[in-house]
Design a protein around this ligand. Structure first.
Ligand code: ASP
Length: 623
């Protein structure tokens, strides 16, 4: 059964919740960005049923959003989409302080769920949809119930490997249909983040704060500030300005593409200790099919060390291959070996969960257990390792010494600069000059002084943009391994990949693509760029686009492919290259003309011959 909801068609399948079609958005202005909103359910779209209980309402949220001036700008949509504006993408109103207008599409799941009814199947469905639409959107927002939001965010943070784009989960305490709802702010701020910032993490946006998803826990059943991340600072706060805490962002530091790990192990459990717990209770948690448990111990990781019966049973289970991950029952702080009652766990082979939330610990366990290529030892080791910023590792605090030096300089010269402004303005400039000087040591120094590779300069350009433009291949590699983002767009809408393509740095293009970068150019615009290169006979440029992942058969607005114009202008080398790359000779432009017709009309006999020898291309040397 297919239903249409604004910009999407939803198709119900056997499993009940797959969606077949999403309209992608062709951005035609540098001031726009595109966001896919996945709507899984939750209070945000609930209504009261006949029994007086809140339940999700299908096909209602999209219609409501279209009538909410604070979530949809009808005038902009009319201008932008004309007759189609009633079913087009939604347009976030101009928030003045955000640089880009966010155009968003709603993908509503069928059925919508109260998040208490969600399972790991839904996490997998969400992860698969992000994978499917990853290249088509700048960022993702997931509308979700608040009850199990922290579990979903934690699970997704592990499943989305080498994530390079913003994935923001949000929900609300009151439905969007209610006048006093917190849904409006939570949804709107999430869209602003997903459409304007590259925060390559799974985050939760709630109560005017952006948190790392796997650090977050639901703290309040009633208040609008329902979430907190007790062991980690918020990644951003929303006041008059949006303050992004760049230094806190977690980034992948390997040169690998984004991928989704869509398997989770359900044979895991949370065992919360309490005084006088019986051996039978503990034993129920340690038996097959259970493969891993999160042991919620007291305080800083303590258990009754006088309960030899329990400890012996846990030790025997660990020897059999079960994983026991120790986390604290306290909301804040970490487990440690400070007390004898904590050290006993370490002695019997229990794995330390450091300061992970129970939600993060359980989903991490569930994720790690499906890594079949890892031994049990490796799984235990990975559980103790910081994979997505879910636990605290002690690293030297940035000294900010550079920033402080800058402030004293500015004080001396009567410039008004507080340390934060200094850091935001001057660090990107200093990093930029270190890139120009090809000086990785200086970059390293600046980073340890508090600079951040993702902090853009006044033109929204990052050090990676500069290195890609200047052709500094080893610096690009160095910065990617330090977590530089490949998706940040500058004021002119250029990503680092655009820079590398524009300047034909093929090795850099390869590096960026291997790190998950992809062209974000609407097809027809890409067609124009390719045709322009072919008009000039610029094979190097066509190669740049090809390495960046472009389809060289892409046509321009008039239906002309690069091969058409190469024929028209008699560029033999270029035509040979395109033919060698499998470009189509039968592609017709708007007037039904093929590359062969172009060559004939241009009176280029050599080019016609070239086409005729297409099947023996490797023999064609001189024409
Ligand atoms: N029970 C609801 C849910 O988790 C609560 C909410 O969304 O706030 O779906």
């Amino acid at each position: 059964m297919a239903t249409t909801n604004g910009t999407l068609s939803v198709v119900r399948t056997r499993t009940g919740r797959r969606c077949s079609h999403v309209e992608t958005i062709d951005l035609d202005s540098k001031e726009e960005s595109s966001v896919l909103v996945i709507y899984s359910g939750g209070t945000i779209g609930m209504v009261i049923n006949e029994g007086g209980a809140l339940v999700p309402a299908s096909n209602a949220l999209g219609r409501h959003i279209r009538r909410c001036p604070f979530l949809h700008d009808v005038e902009y949509a009319k201008k932008r989409f004309g007759d189609k504006c009633e079913t087009s993408a939604f347009v976030l109103p101009d928030t003045k302080r955000a640089r880009r207008r966010v155009l968003y599409t709603l993908l509503e799941y069928e059925p919508l769920l109260d998040s208490s009814n969600m399972t790991s199947d839904e996490w997998i469905a969400i992860a698969e949809d992000i994978k499917k639409w990853y290249k088509s959107f700048d960022g993702f927002v997931i509308l979700h119930g608040t009850d199990t939001l922290a579990y979903s965010a934690s699970a997704l943070s592990f499943m989305l490997e080498n994530l390079g784009k913003s994935v923001v989960l949000t929900g609300s305490q009151l439905s969007l249909f209610e006048p006093r709802s917190d849904a409006k702010d939570n949804f709107l701020e999430s869209l602003v983040i997903a459409g304007n910032y590259v925060i390559p993490e799974v985050t939760i946006c709630f109560g005017r704060k952006l948190y790392r998803g796997n650090r977050t826990t639901k703290m309040d059943t009633e208040g609008f500030s329902a979430f907190d991340s007790p062991n980690a600072l918020p990644l951003a706060t929303f006041g008059i300005q949006i303050e992004v805490n760049y230094r806190e962002l977690f980034r992948p530091i390997v040169i690998e593409k984004f991928r989704v790990h869509s398997k989770l192990n359900s044979n895991v459990a949370l065992l919360r200790l309490f005084p006088s717990i019986t051996l039978q209770t503990v034993s129920a948690f340690l038996r097959p099919p259970i493969q891993g448990i999160v042991l919620q111990s007291y305080g800083s990781g303590n258990v009754p060390s006088n309960r030899v019966d329990i400890l012996e049973m846990i030790e025997a289970a660990i020897d059999e291959g079960l994983i026991v991950l120790n986390c604290s029952q306290c909301i804040r702080g970490s487990v440690s070996n400070a007390y004898e009652t904590g050290k006993v766990l370490c002695d019997i082979g229990v794995t330390s969960g450091a300061d992970m939330t129970p939600e993060a610990a359980l989903t991490k366990l569930s994720y790690v257990l499906t890594k079949d290529e890892w031994s049990v030892e490796k799984k235990r080791e990975m559980l103790e390792r910081n994979l997505r910023g879910e636990l605290t590792v002690t690293s030297p605090t940035p000294s900010m010494s550079e920033a402080v030096r800058m402030v004293s300089f500015s004080a001396k010269h009567n410039l008004e600069l507080d340390p934060y402004t200094a850091a935001n303005v001057l660090f990107p400039a200093l990093l930029g000059s270190a890139v120009l000087d090809d000086n990785p040591n200086r970059i390293e120094q600046l980073l340890s002084s508090g600079a951040d590779l993702s902090q853009p300069n006044v033109d929204q350009r990052t050090p990676l943009h500069i290195a890609c433009c200047e052709g500094k291949t080893s610096l690009v590699e160095f910065m990617l391994q330090k977590g530089a983002s490949v998706h940040t767009k500058d004021r002119y809408d250029h990503t680092p990949l655009n820079e590398a393509v524009q300047h034909d740095h093929h090795e850099i293009i390869k590096l960026l693509v291997n790190c998950g970068a992809h062209l974000m150019i609407p097809p027809k615009v890409l067609g124009e760029k390719l045709c322009k290169a072919a008009i000039r006979g610029d094979v190097t440029k066509l190669k740049s686009y090809k390495i960046a992942g472009a389809n060289l058969n892409q046509c321009d607005q008039s239906g002309r492919t690069p091969l058409h114009v190469a024929m028209l202008h008699g560029h033999k080398e270029c035509a040979l290259y395109l033919l060698g790359e499998g470009c189509r000779m039968d592609a017709e432009d708007m007037m039904g003309l093929t590359p062969r017709d172009y060559a004939a009309k241009a009176g280029s006999i050599g080019m016609v011959t070239l086409l005729e020898t297409k099947n023996t291309l490797h023999h064609v040397k001189v024409l």
